[in-house]
Design a protein around this ligand. Structure first.
Ligand SMILES: *Cc1c(COP(=O)(O)O)cnc(C)c1O
Ligand SMILES: [Zn+2]
Length: 470
Protein backbone atom coordinates (compact mmCIF):
# COMPACT_ATOMS: atom_id res chain seq x y z
CA UNK A 1 0.00 0.00 0.00
CA UNK A 2 2.98 2.34 -0.32
CA UNK A 3 3.56 5.07 -2.85
CA UNK A 4 -0.19 5.41 -3.39
CA UNK A 5 -0.70 8.03 -0.71
CA UNK A 6 0.62 11.58 -0.64
CA UNK A 7 0.06 14.79 1.29
CA UNK A 8 -1.53 17.63 -0.63
CA UNK A 9 -2.20 21.29 0.07
CA UNK A 10 -5.98 21.89 0.19
CA UNK A 11 -5.73 25.28 -1.56
CA UNK A 12 -6.91 24.79 -5.14
CA UNK A 13 -4.58 27.44 -6.47
CA UNK A 14 -1.55 25.76 -4.85
CA UNK A 15 -2.39 22.03 -4.51
CA UNK A 16 1.27 21.21 -3.93
CA UNK A 17 2.06 17.56 -3.16
CA UNK A 18 4.43 16.11 -0.57
CA UNK A 19 5.41 12.54 0.25
CA UNK A 20 3.86 10.91 3.33
CA UNK A 21 7.28 10.69 4.99
CA UNK A 22 7.68 14.47 4.88
CA UNK A 23 6.78 15.59 8.43
CA UNK A 24 4.80 18.80 8.08
CA UNK A 25 1.49 20.20 9.28
CA UNK A 26 0.94 22.97 6.76
CA UNK A 27 1.88 23.56 3.15
CA UNK A 28 5.48 24.85 2.89
CA UNK A 29 4.55 27.02 -0.06
CA UNK A 30 1.38 28.73 1.14
CA UNK A 31 0.71 27.68 4.75
CA UNK A 32 -2.65 26.00 4.04
CA UNK A 33 -3.81 22.77 5.68
CA UNK A 34 -2.89 19.43 4.13
CA UNK A 35 -4.96 16.45 3.07
CA UNK A 36 -3.83 12.86 2.71
CA UNK A 37 -4.83 11.94 -0.84
CA UNK A 38 -4.53 8.72 -2.79
CA UNK A 39 -3.98 7.59 -6.31
CA UNK A 40 -7.20 5.59 -6.18
CA UNK A 41 -6.71 4.10 -9.64
CA UNK A 42 -3.74 2.17 -8.25
CA UNK A 43 -5.44 1.18 -4.97
CA UNK A 44 -7.47 -1.96 -4.48
CA UNK A 45 -10.80 -0.59 -3.35
CA UNK A 46 -13.73 -2.97 -2.87
CA UNK A 47 -16.60 -2.59 -5.36
CA UNK A 48 -19.18 -2.29 -2.60
CA UNK A 49 -19.13 -1.15 1.02
CA UNK A 50 -20.75 -4.39 2.17
CA UNK A 51 -17.32 -5.99 1.61
CA UNK A 52 -16.27 -4.60 5.00
CA UNK A 53 -19.00 -6.28 7.06
CA UNK A 54 -17.49 -9.71 7.21
CA UNK A 55 -14.40 -8.38 8.99
CA UNK A 56 -16.33 -8.03 12.25
CA UNK A 57 -15.82 -11.73 12.78
CA UNK A 58 -12.28 -12.45 11.55
CA UNK A 59 -10.86 -15.12 13.90
CA UNK A 60 -7.28 -15.43 15.12
CA UNK A 61 -4.48 -13.24 16.45
CA UNK A 62 -2.41 -12.49 13.38
CA UNK A 63 -1.91 -9.08 11.77
CA UNK A 64 -5.03 -9.37 9.66
CA UNK A 65 -7.22 -10.35 12.60
CA UNK A 66 -5.82 -7.51 14.71
CA UNK A 67 -6.48 -4.98 11.96
CA UNK A 68 -9.96 -6.36 11.31
CA UNK A 69 -10.80 -6.12 15.02
CA UNK A 70 -10.21 -2.34 14.83
CA UNK A 71 -13.13 -0.18 13.71
CA UNK A 72 -10.56 2.02 11.96
CA UNK A 73 -8.36 -0.53 10.18
CA UNK A 74 -11.27 -2.76 9.24
CA UNK A 75 -11.72 -0.10 6.53
CA UNK A 76 -8.03 0.08 5.62
CA UNK A 77 -8.65 0.09 1.85
CA UNK A 78 -10.25 3.54 2.34
CA UNK A 79 -7.22 4.97 4.17
CA UNK A 80 -4.43 3.14 2.35
CA UNK A 81 -1.34 4.94 3.64
CA UNK A 82 0.12 2.16 5.81
CA UNK A 83 1.21 -1.41 5.32
CA UNK A 84 -0.47 -4.03 7.48
CA UNK A 85 2.68 -4.59 9.55
CA UNK A 86 2.95 -0.87 10.37
CA UNK A 87 -0.52 -0.55 11.85
CA UNK A 88 -0.90 0.70 15.44
CA UNK A 89 -4.17 -0.34 17.04
CA UNK A 90 -5.70 -0.56 20.51
CA UNK A 91 -9.02 -1.97 19.31
CA UNK A 92 -10.40 1.53 18.73
CA UNK A 93 -13.61 2.27 16.87
CA UNK A 94 -15.53 -0.81 17.95
CA UNK A 95 -18.59 1.36 18.19
CA UNK A 96 -22.01 0.75 16.76
CA UNK A 97 -24.90 2.86 15.71
CA UNK A 98 -27.82 2.72 18.16
CA UNK A 99 -31.42 3.36 17.28
CA UNK A 100 -32.94 5.77 19.83
CA UNK A 101 -36.75 5.61 19.60
CA UNK A 102 -37.67 7.11 22.98
CA UNK A 103 -35.32 10.01 22.46
CA UNK A 104 -36.72 10.40 18.93
CA UNK A 105 -40.22 10.86 20.34
CA UNK A 106 -38.93 13.48 22.80
CA UNK A 107 -37.24 15.56 20.11
CA UNK A 108 -39.94 15.23 17.48
CA UNK A 109 -38.40 12.71 15.11
CA UNK A 110 -40.34 9.69 13.91
CA UNK A 111 -39.35 6.60 15.94
CA UNK A 112 -37.03 4.50 13.82
CA UNK A 113 -35.41 7.56 12.27
CA UNK A 114 -33.05 8.77 15.01
CA UNK A 115 -29.69 7.14 15.66
CA UNK A 116 -26.84 7.82 18.06
CA UNK A 117 -23.27 6.99 17.12
CA UNK A 118 -21.76 6.47 20.54
CA UNK A 119 -18.02 7.10 20.28
CA UNK A 120 -17.69 7.08 24.07
CA UNK A 121 -17.14 3.32 23.75
CA UNK A 122 -13.62 3.89 22.47
CA UNK A 123 -10.75 2.66 24.67
CA UNK A 124 -9.91 6.10 26.08
CA UNK A 125 -13.58 7.13 26.09
CA UNK A 126 -13.80 9.49 23.12
CA UNK A 127 -13.75 9.47 19.31
CA UNK A 128 -10.17 10.82 19.39
CA UNK A 129 -8.89 7.23 19.44
CA UNK A 130 -9.98 6.79 15.81
CA UNK A 131 -7.58 9.53 14.79
CA UNK A 132 -4.77 8.57 17.14
CA UNK A 133 -4.58 5.02 15.74
CA UNK A 134 -3.87 6.54 12.33
CA UNK A 135 -1.49 9.26 13.52
CA UNK A 136 0.52 6.89 15.76
CA UNK A 137 0.85 4.51 12.83
CA UNK A 138 2.65 7.19 10.86
CA UNK A 139 4.61 8.53 13.87
CA UNK A 140 5.95 5.07 14.55
CA UNK A 141 6.81 4.54 10.90
CA UNK A 142 8.83 7.78 10.94
CA UNK A 143 10.60 6.75 14.14
CA UNK A 144 9.20 9.68 16.11
CA UNK A 145 9.60 9.39 19.89
CA UNK A 146 8.29 12.65 21.28
CA UNK A 147 4.62 13.35 20.66
CA UNK A 148 2.62 16.36 21.80
CA UNK A 149 -0.74 18.03 21.70
CA UNK A 150 -2.71 20.95 23.02
CA UNK A 151 -5.84 19.65 24.63
CA UNK A 152 -9.11 20.45 26.29
CA UNK A 153 -8.75 16.91 27.70
CA UNK A 154 -9.72 14.11 25.37
CA UNK A 155 -6.89 14.53 22.89
CA UNK A 156 -4.40 14.32 25.75
CA UNK A 157 -6.10 11.24 27.24
CA UNK A 158 -6.08 9.47 23.89
CA UNK A 159 -2.57 10.53 22.90
CA UNK A 160 -1.14 9.54 26.28
CA UNK A 161 -2.85 6.15 26.06
CA UNK A 162 -1.44 5.39 22.62
CA UNK A 163 2.01 6.68 23.61
CA UNK A 164 2.12 4.51 26.70
CA UNK A 165 1.36 1.39 24.65
CA UNK A 166 3.36 2.07 21.50
CA UNK A 167 7.10 1.59 21.05
CA UNK A 168 9.16 2.95 18.24
CA UNK A 169 10.36 0.46 15.65
CA UNK A 170 13.68 0.42 17.54
CA UNK A 171 11.82 -0.61 20.70
CA UNK A 172 12.12 2.71 22.54
CA UNK A 173 9.23 4.09 24.62
CA UNK A 174 7.47 7.20 23.40
CA UNK A 175 7.38 10.46 25.31
CA UNK A 176 3.94 12.13 25.42
CA UNK A 177 3.79 15.85 26.24
CA UNK A 178 0.44 17.47 26.90
CA UNK A 179 -0.34 21.20 26.90
CA UNK A 180 -3.51 21.98 28.82
CA UNK A 181 -4.91 25.45 29.41
CA UNK A 182 -4.65 26.89 32.88
CA UNK A 183 -8.45 27.14 33.00
CA UNK A 184 -10.98 24.41 32.66
CA UNK A 185 -10.18 20.78 32.05
CA UNK A 186 -12.45 18.09 33.42
CA UNK A 187 -10.82 16.02 36.16
CA UNK A 188 -11.65 12.73 34.46
CA UNK A 189 -9.63 13.70 31.43
CA UNK A 190 -6.69 15.15 33.32
CA UNK A 191 -6.67 11.95 35.39
CA UNK A 192 -6.16 9.88 32.24
CA UNK A 193 -3.21 11.93 30.96
CA UNK A 194 -1.53 11.74 34.37
CA UNK A 195 -2.21 8.03 34.76
CA UNK A 196 -0.78 7.19 31.34
CA UNK A 197 2.38 9.03 32.30
CA UNK A 198 2.23 12.08 30.05
CA UNK A 199 4.37 15.07 30.92
CA UNK A 200 1.46 17.42 31.60
CA UNK A 201 2.08 21.14 31.25
CA UNK A 202 -0.61 23.43 32.58
CA UNK A 203 -0.08 26.58 30.57
CA UNK A 204 -1.10 30.04 31.71
CA UNK A 205 -3.58 30.65 28.93
CA UNK A 206 -6.55 29.17 27.14
CA UNK A 207 -6.75 26.35 24.61
CA UNK A 208 -6.01 28.64 21.69
CA UNK A 209 -2.80 29.80 23.38
CA UNK A 210 -1.80 26.15 24.00
CA UNK A 211 -2.50 25.34 20.37
CA UNK A 212 -0.22 28.04 19.09
CA UNK A 213 2.52 27.08 21.59
CA UNK A 214 2.45 23.39 20.72
CA UNK A 215 2.76 24.29 17.02
CA UNK A 216 5.90 26.26 17.83
CA UNK A 217 7.20 23.38 19.94
CA UNK A 218 6.63 20.99 17.04
CA UNK A 219 8.90 23.13 14.89
CA UNK A 220 11.55 23.88 17.48
CA UNK A 221 11.61 20.96 19.95
CA UNK A 222 11.30 17.93 17.69
CA UNK A 223 7.77 17.19 18.82
CA UNK A 224 5.42 15.21 16.58
CA UNK A 225 2.12 17.03 16.62
CA UNK A 226 -0.96 14.97 17.46
CA UNK A 227 -3.67 17.64 17.15
CA UNK A 228 -6.13 17.45 14.30
CA UNK A 229 -3.99 19.72 12.07
CA UNK A 230 -2.15 16.45 11.64
CA UNK A 231 -3.89 15.20 8.47
CA UNK A 232 -3.40 11.54 9.37
CA UNK A 233 -5.65 12.02 12.41
CA UNK A 234 -8.54 12.89 10.12
CA UNK A 235 -7.98 9.76 8.01
CA UNK A 236 -8.75 7.67 11.10
CA UNK A 237 -11.79 9.79 11.95
CA UNK A 238 -13.31 9.21 8.49
CA UNK A 239 -14.12 5.69 9.67
CA UNK A 240 -16.79 7.04 12.05
CA UNK A 241 -18.84 7.72 8.92
CA UNK A 242 -18.16 4.25 7.51
CA UNK A 243 -19.50 2.70 10.71
CA UNK A 244 -22.56 4.96 10.62
CA UNK A 245 -23.31 3.77 7.08
CA UNK A 246 -22.67 0.18 8.11
CA UNK A 247 -25.15 0.59 10.99
CA UNK A 248 -27.76 1.78 8.49
CA UNK A 249 -27.24 -1.18 6.17
CA UNK A 250 -25.19 1.12 3.87
CA UNK A 251 -28.10 3.52 3.41
CA UNK A 252 -27.12 7.18 3.51
CA UNK A 253 -29.01 9.16 6.23
CA UNK A 254 -30.48 12.63 5.64
CA UNK A 255 -28.52 14.34 8.39
CA UNK A 256 -25.28 13.96 10.34
CA UNK A 257 -25.12 16.19 13.43
CA UNK A 258 -21.80 16.74 15.15
CA UNK A 259 -20.46 19.11 17.82
CA UNK A 260 -17.85 21.51 16.45
CA UNK A 261 -14.69 22.40 18.38
CA UNK A 262 -11.45 22.37 16.42
CA UNK A 263 -13.58 21.03 13.54
CA UNK A 264 -11.49 17.93 12.88
CA UNK A 265 -14.48 15.59 12.90
CA UNK A 266 -16.59 17.79 10.64
CA UNK A 267 -13.65 18.00 8.22
CA UNK A 268 -13.05 14.26 8.30
CA UNK A 269 -16.73 13.52 7.65
CA UNK A 270 -16.76 15.79 4.62
CA UNK A 271 -13.65 14.13 3.22
CA UNK A 272 -15.12 10.68 3.82
CA UNK A 273 -18.15 11.48 1.64
CA UNK A 274 -16.11 13.27 -1.03
CA UNK A 275 -14.07 10.09 -1.44
CA UNK A 276 -16.99 7.67 -1.21
CA UNK A 277 -18.73 9.60 -3.99
CA UNK A 278 -15.55 9.68 -6.12
CA UNK A 279 -15.21 5.94 -5.68
CA UNK A 280 -18.85 5.35 -6.54
CA UNK A 281 -19.49 3.68 -3.17
CA UNK A 282 -22.42 5.96 -2.23
CA UNK A 283 -24.90 7.62 -4.55
CA UNK A 284 -25.78 10.59 -2.38
CA UNK A 285 -24.41 12.61 0.55
CA UNK A 286 -26.13 13.46 3.86
CA UNK A 287 -26.46 17.04 5.05
CA UNK A 288 -24.09 18.09 7.82
CA UNK A 289 -25.09 20.12 10.88
CA UNK A 290 -22.17 21.42 12.94
CA UNK A 291 -23.19 22.57 16.42
CA UNK A 292 -21.17 25.12 18.39
CA UNK A 293 -21.74 26.05 22.01
CA UNK A 294 -23.04 29.62 22.14
CA UNK A 295 -20.03 30.55 24.26
CA UNK A 296 -17.63 29.28 21.59
CA UNK A 297 -19.44 30.12 18.39
CA UNK A 298 -16.71 31.24 16.00
CA UNK A 299 -17.85 28.99 13.15
CA UNK A 300 -21.50 29.88 13.64
CA UNK A 301 -20.73 33.60 13.49
CA UNK A 302 -18.37 33.33 10.55
CA UNK A 303 -20.86 31.30 8.52
CA UNK A 304 -24.18 32.83 9.61
CA UNK A 305 -23.23 36.47 10.24
CA UNK A 306 -20.14 36.99 8.06
CA UNK A 307 -21.38 34.71 5.25
CA UNK A 308 -17.97 33.04 5.07
CA UNK A 309 -17.92 30.29 2.45
CA UNK A 310 -15.45 27.80 1.01
CA UNK A 311 -15.94 29.00 -2.57
CA UNK A 312 -13.81 26.32 -4.13
CA UNK A 313 -10.92 27.03 -1.78
CA UNK A 314 -10.89 30.81 -2.23
CA UNK A 315 -11.79 31.54 1.40
CA UNK A 316 -11.77 35.24 2.24
CA UNK A 317 -9.10 35.04 4.93
CA UNK A 318 -9.06 38.79 5.56
CA UNK A 319 -12.60 38.42 6.91
CA UNK A 320 -11.41 35.65 9.26
CA UNK A 321 -8.44 37.69 10.46
CA UNK A 322 -10.51 40.78 11.12
CA UNK A 323 -13.03 38.61 12.99
CA UNK A 324 -10.26 37.28 15.24
CA UNK A 325 -8.93 40.81 15.60
CA UNK A 326 -12.30 42.00 16.86
CA UNK A 327 -12.56 39.01 19.21
CA UNK A 328 -9.23 39.99 20.74
CA UNK A 329 -10.04 43.69 20.92
CA UNK A 330 -13.35 43.00 22.66
CA UNK A 331 -11.67 40.53 25.03
CA UNK A 332 -14.06 37.79 23.92
CA UNK A 333 -12.74 34.34 24.86
CA UNK A 334 -14.45 30.97 24.41
CA UNK A 335 -16.44 30.00 27.48
CA UNK A 336 -18.78 27.03 27.83
CA UNK A 337 -19.55 24.11 30.16
CA UNK A 338 -18.88 21.88 27.11
CA UNK A 339 -15.12 21.99 27.69
CA UNK A 340 -14.28 19.79 24.69
CA UNK A 341 -15.59 22.45 22.32
CA UNK A 342 -14.40 25.51 24.25
CA UNK A 343 -12.29 26.72 21.34
CA UNK A 344 -12.18 30.21 19.87
CA UNK A 345 -9.93 29.67 16.83
CA UNK A 346 -10.70 26.30 15.23
CA UNK A 347 -7.62 25.09 13.37
CA UNK A 348 -9.55 23.12 10.74
CA UNK A 349 -11.78 26.01 9.73
CA UNK A 350 -11.02 25.83 5.96
CA UNK A 351 -11.61 22.08 5.83
CA UNK A 352 -14.86 22.45 7.78
CA UNK A 353 -16.06 25.09 5.30
CA UNK A 354 -15.25 22.64 2.54
CA UNK A 355 -17.28 19.93 4.31
CA UNK A 356 -20.20 22.35 4.74
CA UNK A 357 -20.13 23.20 1.05
CA UNK A 358 -19.90 19.59 -0.06
CA UNK A 359 -22.58 18.34 2.34
CA UNK A 360 -24.93 21.31 1.97
CA UNK A 361 -24.42 21.90 5.67
CA UNK A 362 -25.67 24.26 8.34
CA UNK A 363 -24.09 25.64 11.50
CA UNK A 364 -25.97 26.49 14.69
CA UNK A 365 -25.05 27.33 18.25
CA UNK A 366 -26.79 26.21 21.43
CA UNK A 367 -26.56 27.66 24.96
CA UNK A 368 -25.11 25.67 27.86
CA UNK A 369 -28.56 25.22 29.42
CA UNK A 370 -29.82 23.45 26.30
CA UNK A 371 -26.65 21.34 26.14
CA UNK A 372 -27.07 20.19 29.74
CA UNK A 373 -30.76 19.42 29.33
CA UNK A 374 -30.00 17.44 26.16
CA UNK A 375 -27.24 15.59 27.98
CA UNK A 376 -29.65 14.58 30.76
CA UNK A 377 -32.18 13.48 28.15
CA UNK A 378 -29.59 11.33 26.39
CA UNK A 379 -28.65 9.85 29.77
CA UNK A 380 -32.27 9.18 30.69
CA UNK A 381 -32.69 7.18 27.52
CA UNK A 382 -29.73 4.97 28.09
CA UNK A 383 -26.58 6.65 26.88
CA UNK A 384 -24.40 8.76 29.03
CA UNK A 385 -22.29 11.32 27.25
CA UNK A 386 -20.21 14.32 28.19
CA UNK A 387 -21.59 17.86 27.75
CA UNK A 388 -19.88 18.60 24.40
CA UNK A 389 -21.38 15.46 22.88
CA UNK A 390 -24.90 16.50 23.83
CA UNK A 391 -24.53 19.64 21.73
CA UNK A 392 -25.44 17.41 18.79
CA UNK A 393 -28.79 16.49 20.36
CA UNK A 394 -29.44 20.07 21.52
CA UNK A 395 -28.68 21.12 17.94
CA UNK A 396 -31.17 18.58 16.64
CA UNK A 397 -33.86 20.00 18.94
CA UNK A 398 -33.16 23.49 17.62
CA UNK A 399 -33.19 22.41 13.97
CA UNK A 400 -36.48 20.54 14.54
CA UNK A 401 -38.08 23.60 16.19
CA UNK A 402 -37.04 25.78 13.27
CA UNK A 403 -38.31 23.24 10.75
CA UNK A 404 -34.89 22.75 9.12
CA UNK A 405 -35.09 19.06 9.98
CA UNK A 406 -38.44 17.33 9.50
CA UNK A 407 -39.89 14.47 11.59
CA UNK A 408 -39.48 12.00 8.74
CA UNK A 409 -35.77 12.73 8.17
CA UNK A 410 -33.24 10.08 9.11
CA UNK A 411 -30.86 11.68 11.58
CA UNK A 412 -27.58 10.54 13.13
CA UNK A 413 -26.18 12.41 16.14
CA UNK A 414 -22.54 11.80 16.96
CA UNK A 415 -21.98 11.32 20.71
CA UNK A 416 -18.32 12.16 20.88
CA UNK A 417 -17.33 11.27 24.46
CA UNK A 418 -18.19 9.16 27.50
CA UNK A 419 -20.35 10.42 30.38
CA UNK A 420 -17.68 9.63 32.99
CA UNK A 421 -15.26 12.07 31.36
CA UNK A 422 -16.98 14.90 33.18
CA UNK A 423 -19.01 13.44 36.03
CA UNK A 424 -18.71 16.77 37.87
CA UNK A 425 -20.95 18.38 35.28
CA UNK A 426 -23.47 15.57 35.59
CA UNK A 427 -23.68 15.54 39.38
CA UNK A 428 -23.86 19.30 39.47
CA UNK A 429 -26.74 19.31 36.97
CA UNK A 430 -28.83 16.85 38.94
CA UNK A 431 -28.33 18.64 42.26
CA UNK A 432 -28.26 22.31 41.48
CA UNK A 433 -31.07 24.70 42.31
CA UNK A 434 -31.64 27.42 39.75
CA UNK A 435 -33.34 30.75 40.17
CA UNK A 436 -35.90 30.95 37.40
CA UNK A 437 -38.13 34.03 37.39
CA UNK A 438 -37.85 34.43 41.19
CA UNK A 439 -38.65 30.76 41.75
CA UNK A 440 -36.14 28.28 43.05
CA UNK A 441 -36.37 25.07 41.08
CA UNK A 442 -34.45 22.09 39.83
CA UNK A 443 -33.16 21.72 36.31
CA UNK A 444 -35.62 20.27 33.80
CA UNK A 445 -34.44 16.66 33.94
CA UNK A 446 -32.84 16.72 37.39
CA UNK A 447 -32.72 13.46 39.34
CA UNK A 448 -31.63 14.33 42.86
CA UNK A 449 -30.57 11.76 45.45
CA UNK A 450 -33.13 11.36 48.25
CA UNK A 451 -32.16 11.26 51.90
CA UNK A 452 -33.79 8.26 53.48
CA UNK A 453 -33.74 6.81 57.02
CA UNK A 454 -32.29 3.32 57.28
CA UNK A 455 -35.54 1.41 57.66
CA UNK A 456 -37.45 -0.72 55.18
CA UNK A 457 -40.64 1.31 55.80
CA UNK A 458 -38.91 4.56 54.95
CA UNK A 459 -37.45 3.02 51.79
CA UNK A 460 -40.87 1.74 50.82
CA UNK A 461 -42.34 5.24 51.26
CA UNK A 462 -39.55 6.77 49.17
CA UNK A 463 -40.16 4.30 46.35
CA UNK A 464 -43.93 4.94 46.35
CA UNK A 465 -43.45 8.70 46.31
CA UNK A 466 -40.70 8.60 43.75
CA UNK A 467 -41.22 11.29 41.17
CA UNK A 468 -38.74 9.90 38.69
CA UNK A 469 -40.78 9.00 35.66
CA UNK A 470 -39.58 7.80 32.32
C1 LIG B 1 -12.54 16.78 20.61
C2 LIG B 1 -13.95 16.71 20.99
C3 LIG B 1 -14.94 17.44 20.34
C4 LIG B 1 -14.61 18.41 19.25
O1 LIG B 1 -14.25 17.77 18.07
P1 LIG B 1 -13.52 18.57 16.88
O2 LIG B 1 -13.15 17.52 15.92
O3 LIG B 1 -12.34 19.24 17.51
O4 LIG B 1 -14.50 19.55 16.36
C5 LIG B 1 -16.24 17.26 20.70
N1 LIG B 1 -16.59 16.41 21.69
C6 LIG B 1 -15.66 15.68 22.36
C7 LIG B 1 -16.11 14.78 23.45
C8 LIG B 1 -14.31 15.81 22.03
O5 LIG B 1 -13.42 15.10 22.71
ZN1 LIG C 1 -0.12 25.30 -0.62
Amino acid sequence: MNGLAFQQCISHSCARRYGCDDVLFACRACGSLLDINYDWSRCEVPKSLSFFEKRWSTPGRDLVARADFSGVWRFRELLPFAALEDIVTLAEGRTQLQQADDLATKVGIKPGNLFLQYEGFNPSGSFKDNGMAAAFTIARKHGRRRVGCASTGNTSASMAMYASQTRTQRGEPMQPIVFVGGGKISLGKLAQALDFGALTLQIDGDFDACMSLVQQAANQLDLYLMNSVNPFRLEGQKTIMYRVLEGLGWHVPDWIIVPGGNLGNSSAFGKAYMELRTLGLVDRVPRLAIINASGADTLSRLVNCEQLKYEGGRIDSTRVHSFYGRMKAEGRAAKTIASAIEIGRPVNLPKALRALEYMNGVVRDVPDEAILDAKALVGRHGFGCEPASAASVAGLQLLREKGVISPSDTVVCILTGHALKDSDATVHYHQSIVNDQHQLKLKTFANTPIRCPATIDAISTCIRHSSVVS
